[in-house]
Ligand binder design. Structure first.
Ligand code: FDA
Length: 308
């Protein structure tokens, strides 16, 4: 109930204004967001890289409603990729892109605009010597996002995608994508989805996550195990051992600011750990999804508003 309310608020303009304009919100946002500028993103990348972690950078923004905003987002990614290359960090950091930030939801030709824009970002990534992963948004965009992935991969075979274990369709999507060269980031899913398309209770989502993991680990792609759940991490490591995977043939991924000690612990062993680092001014939707994932985050947020 609380989760659904917060996820509905993530798409409400009124709540957004109240949260964004509260001066006390910032300190809580800073826990999950690396800053507002590309320099902030580079600084966070360097700090994480120095600790043996890899990074995927997300220029925050989603549900773009006008074409110039979509173009600005593409330019921001292109500048960021050049800066990563110049700073010698492209071997450590890739980028994650939400197609709705680069035009997917525009009323006329949204999918085509998003594809063309994603292609520009992929060209810059290739020139910088790194990769792109397409984030996955709500279920109404899954087919279109996977179609765009398939088209992009004809020119850029290294483009990765996110699959969400809470969707009933995802086991089949994992089977389709567990192929050579394919990079799949498996997460549980962060949107408010109806029971017709998604598992709604944690046990069902976790069971689906394990089934999907099995498919990806026994397949021939590159699984990216995106979870903070200690049980899922242990199961993934175990499956990797049992399927004879080398430690560099898969990786773990976690979000910036969540379980940082565990991120460093995993990175200090044989297995890889990549941190998803969001930066930029458009943090509202991302931040509200993090609150919805864990009631304790909401308590922390409300206490900071009350106590200053
Ligand atoms: P679960 O929610 O069961 O949490 C397990 C434990 O992790 C909790 O008990 C707590 O200790 C810790 N934890 C989890 N969330 C926390 C939080 N917000 N704050 C503090 N502690 C927390 N989703 C999506 O729909 N599309 C996408 O493209 C992506 N992309 C993505 C990339 C990466 C790298 C990650 C790690 C996650 C995503 N997600 C996502 C989000 C994902 O779907 C999911 O909502 C969160 O990862 C939380 O699920 P867990 O697997 O961590 O398990």
């Amino acid at each position: 109930m609380l989760r659904s309310t917060l996820l509905a608020a993530a798409r409400s303009g009124g709540v957004r204004r109240a949260v964004e304009t509260n001066p006390l919100t910032r300190s809580v946002v800073d826990r999950f967001v690396a800053g507002t500028t590309p320099d902030d993103a580079l600084r966070a990348t360097r700090e994480l890289a120095d600790q043996g972690l890899s990074v995927t950078l997300d220029h925050l923004g989603e549900d773009t409603e006008n074409i110039s905003q979509a173009t600005d987002t593409v330019q921001a990614y292109r500048r960021l990729l050049c800066a990563l290359h110049r700073a010698g960090l492209a071997g450590r950091a890739e980028v994650s892109v939400k197609l709705s930030a680069i035009g997917q939801l525009l009323p006329a030709d949204g999918d085509k605009i998003a594809l063309d824009n994603a292609r520009l970002i992929c060209e810059s990534a290739e020139a910088a010597g790194t990769t792109v992963t397409l984030d996955m948004e709500d279920h109404t965009t899954t087919d279109a996002t996977l179609d765009i992935l398939a088209t992009l991969r004809t020119d850029f075979p290294w483009v990765g995608a996110v699959l969400q274990a809470y969707l009933r369709r995802t086991e089949q999507d994992c089977r389709d994508l567990a192929t050579p060269g394919s990079r799949v980031r498996l997460c549980k899913g962060a949107y408010n989805e109806p029971a017709s398309v998604a598992f709604r209770n944690k046990q069902e989502v976790d069971r689906s996550y394990v089934r999907c993991l099995k498919t990806l680990m026994t397949g021939s792609g590159y699984p990216m195990v995106a979870t903070h759940d200690p049980r899922m991490v242990a199961i993934a490591s175990d499956l990797a051992t049992r399927t004879g995977r080398a430690p560099d043939s898969y990786e773990f991924q976690m979000l910036y600011g969540i379980r940082p000690a565990e991120q460093r612990r995993i990175a200090s062993g044989d297995e890889g750990m990549r941190v998803y680092v969001p930066y930029g001014g458009e943090w509202y939707g991302y931040f509200m999804r993090r609150l919805a994932e864990r009631p304790a985050n909401l308590g922390f947020f409300l206490r900071s508003l009350i106590s200053g």
